[in-house]
Structures are given as structure tokens and as C-alpha cells.
Design a protein. Structure first.
Length: 307
């Protein structure tokens, strides 16, 4: 079942197309990494899923609910951690959470119990009564995550959640997100940090200039990316003379004396091995080099490759 879905979702501001015909599906109980450079349309997409921005055209669904038709119900089951906080600096961490709990009409005793549990979850238990204005950026990010969880939502939308966190805070956030996934929650988080998306996500979508360029699991994305663009590496004992090799429809590049990199439209490992051995080379290794997520991202976003 898809917990989050977009069908032709589009947002236009004057002459600027912020989101362009987005089709997206996020399965229930998964962590989806929404990856793209700054200004790609990530925040605008999240705000449309939450009913905070009306799309120019297209439809958004959360747990099967049409966001445009029933935005209040979507907000009731969703949690949102904005990229820039909506915290009140003159209030304590606890009072901030209690204030936001009022939007969900939570009884005071229940709200306080929930708030204190969340402050402990995000590592702010010891500063519950301190004013937020004295908090570091990382502490504010932790409190924003607690705020997003105050209503125990089914779906979490996190906009650049690792901003301002130190390395330890990033690791702790990953652990929290994994625990939330185990509890059955669906999480969509946006980021421009490749490593964070790669480590934590079940599936990934790459967006640039408002267009979704590719989505799926990391393995699916990499397989699709290398179709018609195979990179094969061969290493030999003897120095390689590229002129001694004749491979049709292949681009051969020598790296050092003994390492050959071949780019081809198909997997020609067997042919390459036979050719090297026939030419008298002692072959140490022939393998297919898979792209990294960074390779895919850089080529799609900045290299102009179309899939």
C-alpha cells in the first residue's frame, strides 16, 4: 500500500515552475529519501503533501486521503519538521511542545506525558525547562523532531532534518528514524546530503528543477543508470597496450600501465577476458564497476543524463 502518493503534482509561481508533473509513490512503513540540490522543489512538494500549499494542478494523497479535499484530516495523521523552525524562543522546550499539542486537542495530562517522553527520545530531557532561545541549532533541530511527533503521526515529513546536527546527533537521528519505522511509521525526508540519504533510506527519489529524475531502491536506481553504459575494469600482470585490443562499440581507457577501464553499451566481460588472454596477458581481475549514488546524482543533476 502507498502511504504517500503524487499524481502529476505541479506548482507554478508566475513564470517559475517549482514542481513539474511529479509522480511519486512511497510505500507504507518505509523511509523515503527525497534527494536534490537546494531549490530543486523538495520543500514545495512536502508543503503540498501537507495541504499548506495548493498545487497548480495534479493531486496529492496521504494514507489514501486526497489532500486538497481533506487537508485537516491529513494534518491530523501527519507530522512535519520544517527546514526552518517554528519554535518560540521565549518559551521552554516543554512549553513549546505543550503549545503544539493544543492544536490536536490533547488533554493536558496526556500532552505533558507525551512531551516529556519525546524530550527524552531526542536527548533534551535535561533542558526541558530551559528557554529555546538559548538552544544551539542542533538542539533546536532535535526539538523540532519532537514537535513533529507530538501527535503520534502515521506519516512524517522531515525537511532537511540533519541541518545543524553534529556527527553524534546525526547518528542518533538515524537511530530514532529506524525505531519509528519499526513502529510502522512512514517517513519522507528531504536532503541534499548524499551520504545521509544513502545510509538510512529504503527508497530514494532524485529531484532537480522541479522534475523527478528517478526513484526506487538504490539497487534499482543503479541498475537503471548503467543500462547501456557499462563500466568494466580489467587488471593484468603485464603492461597493457590498448592498440593490441579490438573491441567494437567500446571506449577503452588505460589507468596506469596495468589497469584498463572499458565503457560499453553491453556487458562484454567475457569477450574482454578472452581477448586479453589471447593477446598473451595474465589477467588478475575483470569486474563490472557499479556506480555509487554520488555517480548517479552528479550525472543526472549536473551531467544532463536522461533516464
Amino acid at each position: 500500500m502507498n502511504m504517500i502518493e503524487a499524481r502529476g503534482l505541479t506548482k507554478v509561481y508566475g513564470d517559475t515552475v517549482a514542481v513539474d508533473g511529479l509522480n511519486l509513490a512511497v510505500k507504507k512503513g518505509t523511509i523515503f529519501g527525497f534527494l536534490g540540490p537546494n531549490g530543486a522543489g523538495k520543500t514545495t512538494t512536502i508543503l503540498m503533501f501537507l495541504g499548506l500549499i495548493q498545487p497548480t494542478k495534479g493531486e496529492a494523497y496521504v494514507n489514501g486521503i486526497n489532500v486538497q479535499e481533506n487537508p485537516v484530516e491529513v494534518k491530523r495523521i501527519s507530522g512535519y519538521m520544517p527546514g526552518e523552525g517554528s519554535l518560540y524562543p521565549n518559551m521552554s522546550a516543554l512549553d513549546n511542545l505543550l503549545y503544539f499539542a493544543k492544536f490536536y486537542r490533547m488533554p493536558k495530562s496526556e500532552a505533558e506525558k507525551r512531551a516529556r517522553e519525546l524530550l527524552e527520545l531526542v536527548g533534551l530531557k535535561d533542558v526541558a525547562d530551559k528557554k529555546v532561545g538559548s538552544f544551539s541549532t542542533g538542539m533546536k533541530q532535535r526539538l523540532l523532531l519532537a514537535q513533529a511527533l507530538i501527535n503520534d503521526p502515521l506519516v512524517l515529513f522531515l525537511d532537511e532534518p540533519t541541518n545543524g546536527l553534529d556527527p553524534r546527533g546525526v547518528v542518533e537521528l538515524r537511530d530514532v528514524l529506524r525505531d519509528l519505522k519499526k513502529d510502522g511509521k512512514t517517513i519522507l525526508f528531504s536532503s541534499h546530503i548524499l551520504s545521509e540519504v544513502e545510509i538510512i533510506s529504503d527508497e530514494i527519489g532524485i529531484i532537480s528543477k522541479g522534475k523527478l529524475l528517478i526513484s526506487g531502491s538504490q539497487d534499482e536506481i543503479k541498475r537503471k543508470f548503467i543500462e547501456g553504459r557499462y563500466m568494466i575494469v580489467a587488471e593484468t600482470v603485464e603492461p597493457i597496450d590498448v592498440g593490441s585490443l579490438d573491441l567494437d562499440a567500446a571506449d577503452l581507457r588505460l589507468e596506469g600501465q596495468n589497469r584498463l577501464v572499458v565503457y560499453s553499451e553491453r556487458d562484454i566481460r567475457v569477450e574482454l577476458l578472452r581477448m586479453l588472454e589471447s593477446a598473451g596477458y595474465t589477467v588478475l581481475d575483470v569486474h563490472l564497476q557499479e556506480p555509487t549514488l554520488e555517480d548517479v546524482f552528479m550525472e543526472l543533476v549536473y551531467g544532463g543524463k536522461n533516464l
